[in-house]
Write a protein that binds this ligand. Structure first.
Ligand code: FMN
Length: 337
């Protein structure tokens, strides 16, 4: 009975996703594979496969394997700068993936057209109001607004400010999901009340029992507090790099050294700017793999959001989702009283 106001607030997002709850588990490279994605979707949330650097054959295999573990809907996250973007979209169409989430920059018209032609709903990250409007005009079916509190690659603006700027304008037009820094159900209730169709969480799901992240990676999350999850700094204005939020470790220092190395090569004219930026992105993917897969939590990248302070134990994905839902319902019923 206490769930009724929450169901009402989640109805639009849940309907869009085809899930019980309008709670997405954001794609996390190396973490969001078949086991976590299926567990999330089976628990009533919406799992998203992180394609990351997978090639089309690997993605195809991962989608098929996820389908073998769940008959519930899930999505696929593609990074727009992937060199085989069009082939990856074709793989999603072949498997009749219902939702594609595009990350990593504005998608090309050709990519949008191919996604639509393949029958998937298109979700895009909107880092600012002007871009949100442009994406809606270009054919996005839903938006994700992700604040700087989030783990991984981040924009400069906080979730609370993005929500205030973007929700009133965009939510009447299309479903908008809010991400970044959400650790408890009370925050979910608050964003729903502000007009969000749903939410996306990443950090809170890393320590799900079903997550294949290395035990060292999970332990680092359980130990960390919010202030340990810091954003990388840009070393030189000539080399713009997208900031990444991760737990402080030796890898954070190594990233500064990597930037210095790339700036040196730019100075010497031995590398072009785009190539230098690409090398930085490859650096991150490699460093994340080292931490998530190999368990090297010193030299690898421990991408994590500020909500890491609210990760206190390993528990099944269903328990995490049930907890969030109960907290959100309690927050809403408390307000009504
Ligand atoms: C370890 C890690 C890896 C991530 N990898 C990706 C990714 O490959 N693609 C993407 O769109 N977002 C990625 N994200 C962002 C999440 O999908 C999600 O939007 C974010 O974690 C939400 O903020 P929160 O961490 O505060 O919950 C990653 C986040 C983390 C913590």
């Amino acid at each position: 009975m206490s769930g009724a106001p929450l169901d009402r607030l989640m109805a639009r997002g849940a309907d869009f996703l085809g899930s019980r709850y309008a709670i997405m588990a954001g794609a996390m490279t190396w973490v969001s594979e078949r086991h976590l994605v299926a567990a999330i979707s089976n628990a009533g949330g919406f799992g998203v496969i992180a394609c990351g650097a997978m090639d089309p054959a690997r993605l195809s295999e991962e989608i098929a394997a996820t389908k073998a573990l769940t008959d519930k809907p899930f999505g696929v996250n593609l990074i727009t700068m992937h060199p085989q973007m069009m082939e990856l979209i074709a793989v999603c169409a072949n498997h009749q993936v219902g939702h594609i989430v595009l990350a990593g920059g504005l998608p090309t018209g050709a990519a949008i057209e191919a996604i639509k032609a393949g029958g998937a709903k298109l979700m895009c990250f909107a880092p600012a109001l002007a871009l949100a409007k442009k994406l809606a005009r270009s054919g996005a079916d839903a938006l994700i607004i992700e604040g700087a509190e989030a783990g991984g690659h981040i924009g400069p603006v906080s979730t609370s400010v993005l929500a205030q700027e973007i929700l009133p304008e965009m939510a009447p037009q299309l479903p908008v999901f809010v991400a970044g820094g959400i650790g408890r159900g009370a925050a979910i209730a608050a964003y729903l009340e502000m007009g969000a169709a749903g939410v996306q969480l990443g950090t809170r799901f890393v320590c799900a029992t079903e997550s294949v992240a290395h035990p060292n990676f999970k332990r680092a999350f359980i130990r960390a507090s919010a202030r340990d999850a810091v954003a990388s700094v840009q070393f030189d204005p000539r080399l713009p790099v997208i900031p990444v939020r991760a737990l402080k470790n030796a890898g954070t220092e190594a990233f500064t050294a990597k930037q210095r190395e790339m700036v040196g090569q730019l100075d010497a004219g031995t590398v072009a700017l785009a190539e230098a930026q690409l090398q930085i992105e490859h650096y991150w993917a490699g460093a994340l793999r080292r931490a998530v897969v190999d368990g090297d939590v010193e030299a690898g990248s421990l991408m994590a959001g500020q909500s890491v302070g609210m990760v206190s134990k390993e528990e099944p994905a269903a328990a995490i989702i049930d907890g969030l839902v109960a907290e959100a319902a309690a927050a809403l019923s408390g307000r009504a009283g």
